[in-house]
Design a protein around this ligand. Sequence first.
Ligand SMILES: [Mn+2]
Length: 340
Amino acid sequence: MENSLQLTNIRSLLSDSVNSLIIVSRPVDPDCIGTARALRWLLEAQKKNGSIVCFFSIPPFMTEFPGMAEVVVAQPESFDFTGYDLFITVDGSSWGQFLGDDGDMVLKKIPLQRIAAIDHHEPGDIAQAIPDRCLRVKSSSTAQVLYEHFIEPSGLIPPVPIANCLYRALLYDTRGFKNEAYPGAYRFAEALIRLGADHAAAVDVNYDMREVQYLAWAIEHTEFIAELGLMLLVIDARHAVELEALLGKDFLEFDTIYKETIQRQVVGYNYGILLTDKLEGAVRLNWRTRGQGATLAIADIARRAGFDAGGHRNAGGGKFTGTIAEARTRLINQLRQALR
Ligand SMILES: [Mn+2]
């Protein structure tokens, strides 16, 4: 059976550990937080300790997520990793997604053989480093992976707040069953509703007004490059000043409506790419690809253009070291070449 080695190894680590540290990923979202809370509940239901740590700031839309108080926000460089006998990364494929940009340095403080990973992304450097302890399942969400492989087999019944967390994780990662439709997603949803998950509360949307302002700004600034089927939004240094004046320092946190309603949704445009100048010699990449039809994998194209890239096939992110103009040119050239 696929993944049976990983499952055996992770189950045995879980059974012989008493004090686990659950590390959540960037982007900090309902799937990583919901999964972490459910895993912590599962550990505590088995008379073990579980703590949840996040090495990134909590984005505004997540501050109201149920149970955020359980999550310790810390700096990876100064965090005390001693005293834990198991480290579990949830919902991410690369060390940087858990430990920050200096992940390699931080990783030296953690015994590799005590790290396990539970995920649903394309394989990254974690799968490479710990192939036997990295459970990676093509699934709607990491929440579903946890439910099917650990919670359900345990026979323990999650209380309503945990069912709610898992349900929000599922709805978020699938965007209400629009994306990432893998077998079991509806069965998982059905089980969570039976356990008392509150659907109306989970789908209640209350956007920050700044989301709407970002959307208007972003539409104005999006380049529609018809021959590539590409919608490209480049946020350079000048744009950053504009956006900061409009939305404040956290302006990058308000791109949800733009990403969900515009990118990959316009007829003839298969790719939505967002390039942001991080102003420290690095450029951030985000993409969305139409979910059907013969589209190219942007991660492959970005890697050929010199980016680090990962995530899902149709939605992911990456980083480029160099100027934003160079990042733009290289990416467009590679996309043009690949489309030929
Ligand atoms: Mn996820």
